[in-house]
Design a protein around this ligand. Structure first.
Ligand SMILES: N[C@@H](CCC(=O)N[C@@H](CS)C(=O)NCC(=O)O)C(=O)O
Length: 337
């Protein structure tokens, strides 16, 4: 009898614990849906539908693939199991569900790697125009997610989900994304902001001149950083190292150990750049205001901020700090090593 009573009490406690756990999971799910920086962890899916090709302004997907990703079904109804409540807009950023975008149920979503300069280009325009969005960090060895979206492993990818087929859009290519977001009336963030590329050859030549020391310094640091979400898994770090070989010396360890040499070369280059910035205090590099030149330059310099001991001369420092604030893309300075 005593044994039976104990068993009864134990199962009662178990049921209460299970109910509590379920409630916790439900509330966590709610929070994740509303987070503006959604870090998506890798999941292993059991097979998936045929790969979709990039098709601007059209959601080309099978119902199966859609259901797996919680998107729009062929009949235009959302396949998520629970209704999604209205968002809480905590800052002044524009929420396309509220302003001029009733047909969009979700925030625009940007799939990125944190260290990827092309992804930073795309992030910059969202920051500059104060457009609220979901940021999805893919693991560096996640082939399925980008392949599902655009047919290959590549970042960044923009996804704007519509209520019905034909209303959404999936777009690769950083400069296309920047242009679309800068000019889009549907996302609704005012007039275009960016001036065109200036065509300055000195900027291009400068970027070419620092490419090698930049690679040697930044790659080992990205791959070994504990803080970059795309490298949270060992397999992701190994994938990156395998796909980004260095030569003479080839090992990431040796390149890291010889940092002082590459820092010396890079510092010379940065001194030259210091005299090439039109307005460091306002954060633009070519006369006339912020332009595609800045969309190209800032991500490269931001990546160098992960190198401890690399001093940025005053104009370059002011330029990256101002642009970091304006674009809401943090520098790596505080986690440099
Ligand atoms: N032209 C593309 C280039 C994008 C690109 O090369 N992205 C890199 C990451 S920085 C990538 O996804 N590479 C494939 C890979 O990492 O496997 C763009 O501007 O968006």
């Amino acid at each position: 009898m005593a044994y039976l009573r104990t068993a009864g009490a134990a199962s009662g406690i178990l049921i209460v614990l299970l109910l509590l756990a379920e409630a916790l999971v439900a509330s966590e799910g709610f929070k994740a849906t509303h987070s503006s920086a959604l870090v998506r962890h890798r999941t292993r899916r059991q097979g998936h539908g045929p790969h979709r090709r990039y098709h601007p302004l059209a959601m080309q997907q099978t119902a199966t693939a859609t259901q797996q990703r919680g998107g729009v079904a062929a009949d235009g109804e959302w396949t998520v199991s629970k209704p999604i409540p209205a968002p809480v807009v905590e800052d002044s950023r524009i929420d396309p569900r509220v302003k001029g975008g009733e047909k969009y149920l979700h925030l625009p979503r940007l799939y990125v790697y944190d260290h990827c300069p092309f992804c930073v280009r795309a992030r910059m325009i969202f920051g500059l125009k104060n457009i609220k969005h979901d940021l999805v960090y893919m693991a560096n060895d996640d082939i399925e997610t980008p392949t599902h979206l655009i047919g290959k492993k590549m970042a960044p990818i923009l996804e704007v989900r519509g209520r019905r087929p034909g209303e959404g859009l999936i777009m690769p290519e950083s400069l296309d994304i920047v242009k679309y977001i800068d000019e889009s009336e549907e996302i609704g963030a005012g007039l275009p902001l960016l001036k065109p590329f200036s065509g300055r050859s000195d900027l291009k030549e400068w970027l070419d001149s620092i490419a090698e020391p930049s690679r040697r310094l930044s790659r080992p640091r990205f791959a070994w950083s504990a803080n970059l979400p795309e490298f949270a898994f060992d397999s992701a770090r190994r994938t990156y190292i395998a796909r980004h070989p260095l030569e003479n010396p080839s090992s990431y360890e040796e390149n890291y150990e010889r940092s002082a040499e590459w820092i010396a070369a890079l510092s010379e280059g940065l001194k030259k750049l210091d005299g090439m910035i039109a307005n460091p205090q306002e954060g633009y590099i070519s006369e006339g205001g912020i332009s595609y030149d800045d969309i190209d330059m800032f991500p490269r310099l931001r990546n160098l901020s992960i190198v401890k001991g690399l001093e940025f001369p005053p104009n370059v420092k002011a330029y990256i700090e101002v642009l970091s604030k304006k674009t809401d893309v943090a520098l790596y300075t505080k986690m440099a090593f």
